[in-house]
Ligand binder design. Structure first.
Ligand code: NAP
Length: 402
């Protein structure tokens, strides 16, 4: 528990990523409000070392034992962990009251679950965690009294707009989607999309996985599932609308026809600060929106032919049980293969669809079932991958090694 006026003690998961770096900038802006107790990274050790030197945490954790050992030699005063156990150690330190989940992928599930089990506040960007085990996580939060506050900008917007009325008065949630880099690209050119094209998001600067997910619209599909669990709203009451400017982050439509929308600059420091200070709001020096300079905000219907991933996510949510976890894991494998240039852009969603279609849906009544489904889908996707791989360029005599 936090004493009034004392800083919030934070475990920052994914300190070296896009969310993690924005979170550190927020912490640095308000040193009297927030203190970093622990932080974790995967393999970007240089960036982690910079953060250790700036924030002096008590514990850090990294992906590999080798990196953990070299960090321990460099900072003998520091507690250092590695792997999933290290992630859990970072959140269960007794002085940690708030965990900021900024890891990418389902690897963030175990620490998020341990935080919620212990009644800690979970400020969650790592949406995959709710996609894989939303029912369990929300149930555990109810039992322990933990707060799960969304950091995803759309869910942060919904969280704010839902403060305007009772749940029974909600008609629907409307998530906005920028449409990503291919909103206007001719469909018959999708087969030539390169990794760098998919990473060039028009309105947000984010990590690679979420950037590819935003291009395919799988990101919005995962967000529909995330919204379902966070706010207890059925899939049929969650809609998605295209909004290329990413200024209106999402909208709640109430039964009387009123729509409450939330707007702020497209800068993740806003939702991070909201999640870390909720239920308070604090004044910030960050640049504000200039509505007159914006001139226009556009909205248009979702284009399902362009973005088949969105329908797939709705299908997984409607199937329930292990289906969303399977979709998520297959997508993680496929996106990684695309980033490694092994498969084409179109193959990303195709692989996820194929894995999902082979799956026998089971209920997820404990965490082990979620991990099992995740593992099954990863193995299944790995089996499909070779048949989808792009042919390797032919080695010519002049380019062959001597
Ligand atoms: N970026 C955004 O604006 C944004 C907005 C809304 C929601 N989100 C969500 O926030 C999450 C993070 O996104 P991001 O854009 O910040 O991703 P990112 O830039 O790729 O950062 C991911 C972080 O997770 C760490 N990580 C990856 N694999 C790991 C592993 N096996 N073990 C431990 N740590 C691991 C990375 O460490 P290393 O880099 O050190 O390897 C990095 O710190 C995602 O779930 C995303 O959907 C992001």
């Amino acid at each position: 528990m936090n004493m009034a006026g004392s800083p919030k003690n934070i475990a920052l998961l994914g300190a070296t990523g896009s969310i993690g770096q924005s979170a550190l900038s927020v912490v640095e802006m308000f040193p009297e409000k927030f203190r970093i107790i622990s932080m974790t990274a995967g393999s970007n050790i240089q960036r982690l070392v910079e953060a250790i030197e700036r924030f002096h945490p008590k514990l850090v954790s990294v992906a590999s034992r080798r990196d953990a050992e070299s960090l321990k030699r460099r900072f003998p005063w520091l507690m250092v962990g590695f792997g999933v156990e290290g992630l859990v150690e970072a959140v269960i330190l007794p002085e940690v009251t708030t965990v900021l989940g900024g890891i990418v992928g389902s690897v963030g599930l175990a620490p998020a679950y341990e935080a919620v089990k212990r009644g800690k506040t979970l400020a969650l960007a790592n949406k995959e965690v709710l996609v894989v085990a939303g029912e369990l996580l929300m149930g555990e939060a109810q039992r322990s009294g933990a707060r799960i506050i969304p950091v995803d900008s759309e869910h942060c917007a919904l969280h704010q707009a839902l403060r305007c009325g009772a749940r029974s008065e909600v008609h629907r949630l409307i998530l906005t989607a920028s449409g990503g880099p291919f909103r206007n690209r001719p469909l018959d050119t999708f087969s030539s999309i390169r990794v760098e094209d998919a990473l060039a998001h028009p309105t947000w600067k984010m990590g690679q996985k979420i950037s590819v997910d935003s291009a395919t619209m799988m990101n919005k599909g995962l967000e529909v599932i995330e919204a379902h669990w966070l706010f207890g709203v059925p899939a049929r009451q969650i809609d998605v609308v295209l909004h290329p400017q990413s200024i209106v982050h999402s909208i709640v439509e109430y039964v009387d026809g009123s729509m409450i929308a939330q707007m702020s600059p497209n800068d993740m420091r806003f939702p991070i600060l909201y999640a870390l200070t909720y239920p308070e709001r604090i004044a910030t020096p960050m640049p504000r929106l200039d509505l007159a300079a914006l001139q226009k905000l556009e909205f248009s219907p979702m284009d399902n032919a362009r973005y088949p991933a969105l329908r797939l996510a709705y299908a997984a949510l409607n199937a329930g049980g292990t289906a969303p976890a399977v979709l998520n894991a297959a997508n993680e494998v496929a996106v990684q293969a695309f980033l490694e240039r092994r498969i084409s852009y179109n193959a990303v969603v195709e692989i996820s669809a194929r894995v999902l279609s082979h799956h026998d849906v089971r209920p997820i009544d404990h965490l082990g079932k979620a991990f099992e489904a995740d593992l099954w889908a990863r193995q299944e996707a790995q089996m499909i991958l070779p048949s989808m791989e792009k042919p390797k360029p032919m080695t010519t005599l002049s380019s062959a090694p001597a």
